[in-house]
Design a protein around this ligand. Structure first.
Ligand SMILES: Cc1cc2nc3c(=O)[nH]c(=O)nc-3n(C[C@H](O)[C@H](O)[C@H](O)COP(=O)(O)OP(=O)(O)OC[C@H]3O[C@@H](n4cnc5c(N)ncnc54)[C@H](O)[C@@H]3O)c2cc1C
Length: 509
């Protein structure tokens, strides 16, 4: 796809194309002058918007048109073709709309359309007096943006312990850690964005108590804040090694920007890294440290990395992929002792380490909800509108367990896009819009040059169907139960991943 500095591909839409060159439901990459444009046709309607996803610049002409929207092939963001609006995360910024004209059997794109006026939202006729969001991560940030997009004009405050929030957390184990993404890429928006939108972010500030009956919170500094509605979006924290293993050792965990910076600083002086845990984060850290030329050992109790999430076939592939890049695995093993820069495994093997990173899972941060007497179920229990058992209190993101209409089960997942989509839905429901959460879970993971996309949710399956060739990096792996696809993992089959998402949306139990 051509960006602004490259020669754009496809026809010159300023000169027009015959209407029959694009069939109903078709997407076409073209350009007007040097500017690339996406042209789309829905029956007799024509649309044109910018062709590059505002998340990570994915090529929208290679995506999927669904009604009057287009979904990005890379991370399933969704844009309105009518307005260019970013309808679904991970995209946060709207795209420009272009003007389309039909003349004498040809379709022309004549120029950029003026920006539409902001919506007159529901809060102009009501809504809570003020909204507090605890946690400015994926869910909290997305909720705040959505509240303003929906026209909420009341006081809106986010509290976060983290002095850097909000930022692109998934990048912390990938390009940023590998040294291929600059720090400028990490914030989700420049600071003035939040000022302009009237979103107050209070950083370095821990909420220590939630009192739903009085509709107020207490901060660590003793301050008390009242609210009309509240969103709990406190995310998760890394599971730590037992205290006796941590004692006297510098063990790194990775959740925050500060954590990632500390790993980078330690890697600059290190030659050998030992990673405990072959989780997504553990393996992404392995890949990033290989990019920094460290010798990397991964220790994990599983027979294959990620087997419980991705199955043996994909797990085996991911292992081979990392081995091709020089990662040394110590599988079916755990660390027995860590002392003096040596990790001793249960089989007695001793690994020297200048850098130790543990990626052994996360625990949802549910203390505030528990302390408030909110109903729990291995996370914060919410209904389909993301309301907790406490009036006026909603929950979203890694902490929330919700009734998933697609599996018929209550599920809790730890995915960036899911947290953002939940933030959107919770925001709308705080305004009384009564929108059920029905999005299909989606996540991606990146290992070297291999992206893996995963739609759906499969904790247990009775059959794995592999279509294509995993080792050739061209496959769709379907996780089925009772003959039904619960989840589909793909490598370089982005369109298939999008189509699977749409199919699952239509197949509710
Ligand atoms: C390194 C890394 C890489 C990842 N990569 C991917 C990926 O590739 N794809 C994917 O789908 N997912 C990925 N994830 C998971 C994804 O980032 C999470 O699922 C997502 O961030 C969850 O969003 P959240 O809003 O629930 O929590 P978070 O984004 O964790 O935000 C919670 C916020 O709440 C704050 N907080 C907690 N307690 C309090 C309190 N008492 N008072 C004030 N503030 C508080 C925290 O400081 C934090 O900023 C990754 C996670 C990590 C750590």
């Amino acid at each position: 796809m051509g960006g602004d500095n490259t020669t754009p591909t496809g026809p010159d839409l300023g000169r027009g194309i015959p209407v029959n060159d694009l069939t109903d439901g078709g997407l076409l990459a073209g350009h007007v002058g040097q500017k690339p444009v996406l042209l789309a046709r829905l029956g007799s309607e024509w649309f044109a918007i910018d062709p590059v996803c505002s998340h990570y610049s994915g090529p929208l002409p290679e995506g999927l048109m669904v009604g009057d929207t287009v979904r990005c092939p890379w991370h399933h963001a969704c844009f309105s073709l009518r307005t260019g609006e970013a309808l679904r995360p991970p995209a946060l910024n709207d795209l420009s709309r272009w003007v389309v004209e039909l003349r004498d059997g040809r379709v022309y794109v004549t120029g950029k359309a003026p920006k539409p006026a902001p919506p007159a939202g529901p809060s102009r006729t009501g809504g809570p007096s003020s909204i507090v969001i605890i946690g400015a991560g994926a869910a909290g940030e997305s909720a705040a943006e959505t509240l303003r997009r929906e026209g909420y004009t009341g006081r809106l405050t986010l509290y976060d312990i983290d002095p850097d929030a909000p930022y692109d957390r998934p990048n912390l184990s990938k390009d940023y850690l590998a040294g291929t993404a600059s720090e400028e890429w990490i914030p989700l928006h420049p600071p003035e964005f939040y000022q302009e939108k009237g979103i107050e972010i209070v950083r370095d500030s821990r909420v220590v108590a939630l009192e739903p009956a009085a509709r107020r919170i207490r901060l660590q500094n003793g301050a008390i804040r009242e609210y009309g509605a509240l969103l709990l979006a406190t995310g998760a924290s890394p599971v730590r090694l037992p205290a006796e293993m941590e004692r006297g050792n510098r063990i790194h965990y990775l959740r925050s920007l500060k954590d990632s910076k500390e790993i980078i600083a330690a890697s600059e002086k290190a030659r050998r890294a030992v990673i405990l845990g072959a989780s997504f984060i553990g393996l992404e850290v392995a890949a990033s440290l290989r990019a920094r030329k460290l010798e990397v050992h991964v220790v994990a109790p599983d027979a294959h990395p990620l087997e419980r999430v991705m199955g043996a076939e994909l797990g085996g592939f991911i292992q081979r992929l990392h081995e091709e890049h020089g990662v040394i695995f110590h599988l079916s093993q755990k660390a027995r002792q860590i002392a003096g820069g040596t990790v001793t495994l249960e089989n007695g093997e001793r690994l020297q380490a200048d850098l130790i990173v543990a990626g052994i899972g996360v625990r949802p941060n549910v203390e505030l909800a528990e302390g408030a007497g909110i109903t729990m179920d291995r996370g914060v229990l919410v209904d389909e509108q993301l309301q907790t058992s406490a009036p006026g209190v909603f929950a979203a993101g890694d902490i929330a367990r919700w009734p998933d209409p697609h599996t018929g089960e209550r599920i809790r997942v730890e995915h960036w896009v899911v947290a953002q989509r939940q933030g959107q839905v919770a925001a709308r429901n705080m305004l009384g819009l009564r929108q059920p959460l029905d999005a299909i879970p989606f996540f991606w993971s990146q290992h070297y040059d291999v992206p893996i996309n995963y739609v759906g949710h499969a904790e247990r399956w009775d059959r794995v169907v592999v279509d294509g060739d995993i080792d050739a990096r061209d496959c769709a792996v379907r996780f089925q139960r009772n003959g039904r696809d619960l989840a589909v993992a793909t490598i370089y089959r982005d369109l298939e991943s999008l189509k699977a998402e749409v199919e699952m949306e239509h197949a509710t139990v």
